[in-house]
Write a protein that binds this ligand. Structure first.
Ligand code: NAG
Ligand code: NAG
Ligand code: NAG
Ligand code: NAG
Ligand code: NAG
Ligand code: NAG
Ligand code: NAG
Length: 676
């Protein structure tokens, strides 16, 4: 069911039959391959076969593109939690759902034949009934070898669509029909135009964006942004206006793990750098499996991650609220020690069905990887694993990461599939790409720099990050200004000589730079393929390999990255010199951990504007951004070296250092307000 063709294939979308809002377009023919045809007689019987979803692992991807791709007629039509459940339901549930619908539509009980083991239902009905049922018109199409029945497009009720792979005859034609003598009538047909790409939306240039005529004319609080980044600098860099809306549906989510904020620290930040946020402003804290926050400023768990996430989010979105998901009980409990997984217990808490969801041969959590509850150790969470106890906010920023390779491929695939389901429901998952260029972090995978070895290579293979490798998250890289620059200059990729600031740090920490690279587990999704291939064909200097299905050839042929992999970042934002308070002390913070909440805040503000005009959430944003890269400021300077080589270079267009670029808020706003 290549819906993707559909939207690029024809400018005549508006001429398809109107279907009720309860129905969604299920399949549409590529109109470039129009055959001679005539309408089927209303009384002719058509043998309808409904192919049920066998495994929706691929279909889910297509469905996500349907609701997230700006050229899709179903853009923004996110699914309810129940629809998503149905989409991934076991076959028995699908049979029941489709049968119930057919019977409710007036098909006689007994006439629906159930070939469950083959995964389809059969029912014969007159063309006129089938046309009503599927909101379509049936035609006989004439091939050289005879006539076949089919239609150009058809619709299904949204609660049924998830259970159905395809309907035949439909866009897939019936088998060849015996030649019949039927009276020729005029055939309804429209001329088939040439292949035509719909016009890009060209956002109007917003005068507010160029409000900085020259460095000398900058307001005093913008003169020092090359050295000290403040919320004022960030708003100026990206054209972010003061926030005004605060619809409760748009509270922004922050994922925090072990690290916890201190109210005193965020109050100091608000007082000093974001006076628009009143003292005492505090997030809603949702404790997942024993997680707790806030803590005292001097607490071991106050490592500045939560503080800085809250600082920048509130500064950009207040009066909107923030919700903190504080995950897992304390270290040295069974929930924490020796467990590499950090996302599954959170996913369980916001989607109860994930606790027992089977995919890729895995059901539920993996006890050797994920924390288990109840936790009998002292200080452990003694309740059962929390399943579906919280709602997920529309946007959530997760400033945490781990090496993809530390987790089994199937485990990561199952988890990524859950991110896809959240995207289907209109959630935006925003993650940072990390701070050590093409490596993960010093010491990871037994390597001083956090790089990989194998196939004769020793610490020279790039080490991609989870969850950035998942194609259903928005991965945010880092950018920076240099000391002699101001907010009117174009940023560069984030690259900071940390050793100059902290000479005692080991060499592996000497240089921090924007994380970027290619997953070994996931292939390049369609929405980014052209952008990534464009980069690679112009900047292909590094040796590469093509990861095999089991990802057992990482580093083969002297390659350092998987050229066929899902590539990241998608976008980027400032990640250097953000002044934050931690343990009551101000210091400049570095890292894409700042970039992720900045981008999440931008999406939150855009959701607010959409809510204000009665539109739904942006949801999974990548397909829109790759289609309209002009709403981002392209970053073309800098690189992300590590693992003994130069890493990738930033370049015009998408690159594996800064993605498509940083937010241009006025342009993003115009685009997202124009989308349905
Ligand atoms: C923000 O959260 C606080 C505490 O939960 C609540 O009192 C307040 O009404 C919320 N504000 C908005 C705009 O949702
Ligand atoms: C956890 O245990 C280790 C080793 O026993 C100890 O050094 C560390 O302080 C403990 N951490 C906490 C938070 O209790
Ligand atoms: C963690 O792993 C280490 C080494 O494998 C082992 O010695 C230790 O007992 C484990 N700790 C827990 C709490 O399982
Ligand atoms: C669970 O822990 C709480 C708080 O630590 C304690 O009050 C309660 O008695 C514990 N329950 C069980 C069943 O151990
Ligand atoms: C890999 O490099 C490290 C650091 O240079 C070295 O200690 C180690 O022995 C090397 N390993 C192999 C297998 O050559
Ligand atoms: C900043 O300094 C660099 C060299 O250190 C120079 O190339 C660049 O033009 C300067 N930029 C500005 C805006 O002065
Ligand atoms: C470009 O990036 C390099 C570091 O890679 C930096 O030294 C230089 O100042 C940057 N130039 C501009 C114009 O930002």
């Amino acid at each position: 069911m290549l819906w993707y063709f559909l939207f690029i294939a024809s400018s005549a979308l508006t001429t398809v039959l109107a279907a009720p809002a309860s129905h969604v377009l299920h399949e549409k023919r590529d109109s470039r391959r129009q055959l001679p045809r005539r309408r089927v007689e209303p009384d002719a019987w058509i043998p309808i076969r409904v192919a049920l979803r066998q495994s929706n692992l691929d279909a889910g991807h297509e469905r996500l593109m349907q609701v997230s791709h700006p050229r899709s007629p179903d853009y923004g039509k996110h699914l309810s939690r129940e629809d998503v459940h149905n989409l991934f339901a076991p076959v028995e549930e699908s049979i029941k759902a489709v049968k119930d619908w057919l019977l409710k539509s007036g098909i006689k009980t007994g006439s629906v034949v159930d070939y469950a083991n083959k995964g389809w239902l059969a029912v014969d009905m007159p063309a006129r009934q089938a046309e009503l049922l599927f909101h379509t018109q049936y035609y006989e199409y004439y091939h050289t070898d005879g006539a076949r029945i089919g239609c150009d497009s058809y619709y299904l009720p949204s609660e049924v669509a998830g259970h159905v792979d395809f309907v035949k005859p439909g866009v897939k034609l019936s088998g060849t029909l015996k030649k019949r003598q039927v009276e020729r009538r005029d055939i309804l047909s429209r001329p088939v135009g040439p292949w035509e790409k719909p016009h890009h939306i060209h956002p109007r240039h917003d005068p507010a964006y160029s409000m900085f005529p020259g460095a000398h004319a900058l307001a005093p609080d913008l003169q020092n942004c090359g050295v000290n980044i403040t919320p004022t600098c960030i708003k100026a860099l990206y054209g972010i206006p003061p926030a005004s809306h605060s619809d409760p549906v748009n509270a922004m989510g922050l994922f925090e793990h072990f690290d916890a904020f201190a109210q005193e620290d965020i109050d100091l930040f608000f007082k000093t750098f974001a006076p628009n946020v009143p003292q005492g402003t505090s997030p809603t804290v949702l404790s997942v499996d024993g997680g707790t926050a806030p803590v005292a400023p001097s607490d071991l768990r106050n490592g500045a991650e939560s503080d800085s996430d809250l600082d920048i989010s509130y500064a950009l979105i207040y009066p909107q609220n923030v919700t903190v998901y504080e995950i897992d009980d304390l270290p040295n409990s069974s929930g924490e020690t020796n467990k590499t997984g950090f996302l599954n217990t959170w996913l369980d808490s916001i989607d109860g069905s994930y606790c027992s969801y089977s995919a890729f041969g895995i059901t539920g959590n993996t006890p050797s990887i994920d924390p288990t509850y109840p936790d009998p150790l002292p200080g452990g969470f003694n309740g059962s694993l929390e399943c579906g106890v919280y709602e997920l906010t529309r946007v959530v920023s997760i400033s945490y990461e781990e090496a993809e390779i530390d987790l089994p491929k199937r485990y990561v695939e199952r988890q990524c599939n859950e991110f896809m389901k959240l995207g289907l429901q209109g959630h935006s998952i925003v993650v940072p790409t990390g701070d050590y260029g093409v490596a993960i972090f010093p010491g990871a995978n037994g390597n001083e720099f956090g790089c990989l070895s194998g196939f004769g290579q020793n610490g020279t293979i790039y080490n991609p990050n989870n969850p950035c490798g998942c194609p259903y998250v928005t991965a945010v890289g880092g950018t920076r200004l240099y000391p002699n620059q101001t907010v009117i200059d174009r940023e560069s990729a984030m690259q900071v000589n940390i050793q100059a600031l902290h000479p005692s740090l080991p060499p592996a920490f000497a240089l921090s730079s924007s994380g970027g690279g290619f997953s070994n587990y996931f292939t390049q999704p369609s929405y980014q393929r052209a952008a990534v291939q464009g980069y690679l064909s112009n900047h292909n200097t590094l040796p590469y390999y093509l990861a095999n299905e089991a990802a057992t050839n990482i580093g083969a042929n002297g390659g350092v990255y998987n050229r066929a992999g899902r590539a990241y970042p998608d976008v980027s934002a400032n990640a250097a010199n953000l002044l934050v308070f931690s343990d009551l002390t101000v210091f400049p913070n570095f890292g894409t951990s700042s970039a992720s909440p900045i981008f999440g805040s931008v999406l939150t503000l855009l959701n607010e504007e959409r809510t204000a005009v009665g539109k739904g959430p942006i949801g999974f944003v990548n397909p829109v951004l790759y289609e309209y890269p002009e709403v981002l400021n392209d970053i073309t300077n800098g690189s992300n070296p590590n693992c003994g080589s130069s890493g990738f270079q930033a370049a015009k267009g998408w690159d594996p250092v800064t993605g498509l670029g940083t937010p241009n808020f006025p342009k993003m706003l115009e685009l997202f307000l124009a989308l349905p």
